[in-house]
Unconditional design. Structure first.
Length: 354
């Protein structure tokens, strides 16, 4: 199946992936996070996922594409990159945990088998200290599991639903998420714990995905033709302005406004302005998923070991090197998986001899 692309959205995805890296790089550049609201990039990912999945698969599903075939296609595209990034992060975790750099309380079984196996399967790691979803992955796996679950639900049933139904469901669930964000005292920064994944994690991810599907259907009806054309670079900067908003405590009202209003608006404006997407947008899009999956191990090494000289306090120049190392690692993962995919598609050469 040929994958259709909006390069402006590719660029946004890459900027959001970098936002997550900088959010996780807490105390490397300065005390606290460089992008305090970088966690909202995950909600943008959910919206983009809904749009892209509908763009590439809705017609095929309506023509009879089976759920199993849909999931196989997604798996062939996503799992090699995830497994390669996860393998690196698991190796880092095993070394840190067995060398005393990780908090105590991990049994040998969990270090060498439990955490690695569950991480590779995208499952929450129960039976370890704390409430993190996946110790080896800075908890990014929770969002990937949400995406797999909602993708499956979409392919099984939701693609048949009317646009108004999906929009209403997204609105109701978003209101519920906003209320939950108020009462938990954590705003939209929820779902990352294995203890609230099946409640707040899904509540956070499902409506954003549905909103992405709705945006796709409105796009096919030419609803965005009257929107202004704005340089995508300015829209990327607008996202960074959202991510950099400082926070001393939870900001549930700002989070709700950003996710429910600003994020969908940014996506719609970028769809409208796609013909002006800069050339580097394609590269940003290619790096986004590898960067998301491979960066946790490097950030853990920087925060918890003396390897980069950053475990005792911020040093901006060294922190820039760490971020660049994340980008290089992501590019390596991207190139390796691309080469492997090309090799699988390459027909076997037939040689004959006289």
């Amino acid at each position: 199946m040929t994958v259709k692309r909006f390069h402006a959205l590719d660029g946004l995805r890459g900027v959001c992936a970098l936002s997550v890296v900088l959010f996780h790089a807490a105390n490397l550049f300065k005390p606290g996070s460089l992008l305090p609201h970088g966690y909202l990039a995950v909600d943008m990912f959910f919206i983009l996922s809904g749009f892209v999945i509908a763009l590439n698969y809705e017609t095929a599903l309506q023509k009879g594409l089976r759920v199993g075939a849909f999931l196989q296609a997604r798996g062939r595209r996503l799992l090699p990159i995830y497994w390669l990034g996860a393998a690196f992060n698991i190796a880092v975790f095993i070394w840190m945990a067995s060398s005393g750099y990780y908090p105590p309380g991990y049994s040998g079984f969990m270090i060498w088998l439990g955490v690695p196996l569950l991480t590779l399967l995208l499952l929450p790691v129960f039976g370890v200290p704390g409430d993190g979803f996946s110790p080896a992955m800075l908890n990014v796996t929770w969002s990937l599991l949400v995406e797999w679950l909602v993708n499956s639900l979409y392919a099984a049933r939701l693609f048949r639903c009317r646009t108004r139904t999906l929009a209403a469901a997204a609105a109701v669930l978003w209101v519920a998420m906003a209320v939950a964000g108020m009462f938990t005292g954590r705003g939209w920064c929820v779902g990352i714990s294995r203890n609230d994944f099946f409640t707040l994690g899904l509540l956070r991810g499902v409506p954003a995905f549905l909103a992405g599907v709705v945006i796709f259907r409105l796009h096919t009806r030419n609803w965005f033709a009257k929107l202004p054309v704005i340089a995508p670079e300015l829209l990327f900067c607008l996202w960074l302005c959202i991510a950099v908003v400082p926070t001393a405590t939870a900001t549930p009202v700002f989070d709700a406004l950003a996710v429910i209003i600003l994020c969908p608006l940014l996506v719609m404006l970028l769809i409208r302005s796609d013909h002006q997407a800069p050339a580097y947008s394609k590269i940003l899009g290619a790096l986004s998923y590898p960067l998301y999956t491979v960066h946790p191990g490097i950030i853990l090494l920087a925060q918890g070991t003396p390897l980069f000289g950053l475990n005792h306090g911020p040093q901006p120049l060294r922190a820039v090197f760490v971020v660049m190392l994340c980008v290089v690692a992501a590019w390596s993962v991207y190139r390796l998986t691309s080469l492997l995919a090309s090799a699988r598609r390459q027909p076997l050469a037939v040689t004959t001899s006289a």
